[in-house]
Design a protein around this ligand. Structure first.
Ligand SMILES: Nc1ncnc2c1ncn2[C@@H]1O[C@H](COP(=O)(O)OP(=O)(O)OP(=O)(O)O)[C@@H](O)[C@H]1O
Ligand SMILES: N[C@@H](CCO)C(=O)O
Length: 305
């Protein structure tokens, strides 16, 4: 029988307000990838669900490129591959679709080649492909992650907050590529804005570590990316205000957007409805998702090796 593995990888919410390119959270929304080694050379890719008909089904597919990166890294014999993807994470919405695809490809290929690469090595490779660690780290590890590049390597701290909370994600109908959302960012920022974010990012992590989520109301704010991206997301501030008026602890852009996320311990459905309504008032159709924190990260759910 042909060797295959199937992996499940969560979607992710990066930045979380002040933690630009650093803080990320894994949510309970998943993509699945099954990788099979075939005797026939070449690549065959099937995509179901989100991105079907859009995601490349050839060697340009980033999950396939991640698989190839593992084969090269461990010196595995090149052979044919069949990749089956079943996606629930919407594309180009700021929920880490590409990060999930990369992590899925790396994890599956590592398992099929004898699990020679450590989690740290997989994170390093995923960051190189994605360009920044804040989505790939929680996709790989689950929970909340704080990632930086220091001494030429990705350093990642995983936090598993004891206090429960729900992430209410308003998903607009329109997409926004990460590339376009990064192009609107300035090359430099005022010193006072950097200070604004340093304090809030530090306190966000402190609040998660000490289960003092009431601090979220002070720290889920940002001056490094959200003010510049606001013009790309009609109604952003009104959606934030609507969420907070319904009792959310705070609201932010999810990753590079356009999804907006509110953090809450109460009434998530009412918050979701208020966010969707605020988007509608600004001419944007949207729906909402209620996500818990995923604690598993990338997980092998079938192993036929
Ligand atoms: N599930 C996927 N499988 C394969 N390729 C993907 C997948 N999701 C996104 N991509 C590809 O990744 C590239 C970059 O996508 P981009 O970063 O703009 O958005 P995204 O990853 O879908 O969304 P985000 O990171 O904002 O959640 C695109 O070329 C896209 O086709
Ligand atoms: N930190 C990245 C996340 C991209 O999903 C950004 O905001 O551009």
């Amino acid at each position: 029988m042909a060797q295959s593995v199937k992996v499940r990888v969560p979607g992710t919410i990066a930045n979380c307000g002040p933690g630009f390119d650093t803080v990320g959270m894994a949510g309970t929304i998943y993509n699945y990838l099954e990788l099979t080694l075939t005797e026939q050379p070449g690549v065959c890719i099937e995509v179901k669900g989100e991105g079907s008909g859009i995601i490349p089904d050839n060697e340009y597919n980033i999950a396939y490129q991640a698989v190839q990166a593992v084969f090269r890294e461990v010196g595995a014999k090149q052979c044919g591959v069949l990749i089956r993807m079943e996606n629930s994470i919407p594309l180009a919405r700021g929920l880490g679709s590409s990060a999930a695809a990369i992590v899925a490809g790396l994890t599956a290929a590592n398992a099929l080649t004898g699990s020679n690469l450590s989690m740290e090595e997989l994170l390093e490779m995923a960051t190189r492909i994605e360009g920044h660690p804040d989505n790939v780290a929680p996709a790989l590890y689950g929970g909340v992650t704080v990632s930086i590049v220091a001494c030429g390597k990705v350093q990642c701290l995983r936090i598993d907050p004891a206090a429960g909370f729900t992430m209410v994600v308003a998903v607009p109908e329109f997409g926004l590529s990460t590339k376009a959302a990064r192009q609107v960012l300035p090359k430099t920022v005022p010193h006072r804005d950097a200070v604004f974010n340093v304090g809030r990012a530090a306190m966000l992590v402190g609040a998660l570590c000490t289960n003092n989520l009431s601090y979220f109301r002070y720290v889920i704010d940002d001056r490094l990316h959200q003010p510049y991206r606001q013009r790309l997301i009609p109604g952003m501030q009104q959606v934030f205000d609507a969420a907070v008026a319904q009792g959310a602890l705070g609201a932010a852009i999810s990753g590079a957007g356009p999804c907006l996320v509110a953090f809450t311990q109460h009434s998530p459905a009412a918050i979701g409805e208020a966010m969707v309504h605020a988007f509608a008032e600004n001419g944007v159709k949207a729906h909402y998702l209620l996500l818990d924190l995923d604690k598993s990260g990338a997980k092998i759910i079938e192993d036929n090796t």
